[in-house]
Design a protein around this ligand. Structure first.
Ligand code: GRF
Length: 205
């Protein structure tokens, strides 16, 4: 299966996928990363792709006259690689209706909180502010909401007293350790076994 991975930052989730595929081989893992896309230049996520010899593309919102034109450009840039699955791994933009029309049902996102709790761009900080005792991460299909699509898998992370000292930096790193393993496992299963989305349920045979 062909994967396009979308990033906006450090790309450690991307790196986990690259490492798993390098270690197990495309045939065994069931997928290869055919391109990495980003909404900005100069990020470690793009450097990771380049080091792995994976083609990259960048679609910056400010380069387009409107958000819709950016959405079209992102859709076309992604479609050029004919992906079977698109993985949003730390991609910090909400894709538009054209992207969803083209890739809905095969667009996977990972979020650093236990959805439906704490959706949006500050899931870790919001969970801490709420005083939760456990949080975690969610891998889900993207629908037309923000972090609202059918949930594929979740991982739980305990919150520690010291997490309140650094606005969630340490907590986010602990979440990312679980998140990377969860994403690698889920993407491999989706690629190897196929899947069905039945309402809010995801069935992986
Ligand atoms: C991940 O925790 C992702 O869920 C969140 O931002 C982080 C991205 O990390 N949206 P990285 O870029 O994969 O290192």
């Amino acid at each position: 299966k062909r994967l396009v991975v979308l990033v906006s930052g450090s790309g450690t989730n991307l790196q986990a996928l690259l490492d798993a595929i390098a270690m197990r081989g495309t045939a065994v893992y069931g997928a290869e990363i055919v391109a990495v896309g980003a909404d900005r230049t100069g990020i470690e996520g793009l450097a990771r792709a380049e080091r792995a010899g994976v083609p990259t593309f960048v679609c910056r919102v400010k380069d387009y006259a409107s958000r819709d034109e950016w959405d079209t450009a992102l859709t076309e840039a992604t479609a050029a690689y004919e992906p079977d699955l698109v993985i949003s791994a730390g991609f910090m933009k909400i894709v538009g209706k054209e992207f969803l029309a083209r890739f809905g049902g095969r667009l996977v996102n990972t979020h650093p909180a236990l959805l439906p709790s704490f959706p949006g761009a500050h899931g870790v900080r919001d969970a801490l502010a709420h005083g939760v005792k456990v949080t975690g991460c969610t891998v889900h299909f993207v629908d037309d909401g923000v972090d609202t699509g059918p949930i594929i898998a979740q991982g739980v992370v305990d919150v520690r007293d010291e997490d309140y000292e650094d606005e969630g930096g340490a907590l986010h790193e602990r979440i990312k350790e679980v998140e990377r393993r969860l994403l690698v496992e889920v993407v491999g299963r989706l690629a190897r076994n196929g899947y069905r989305i039945e309402g809010r349920k995801v069935v992986i045979p």
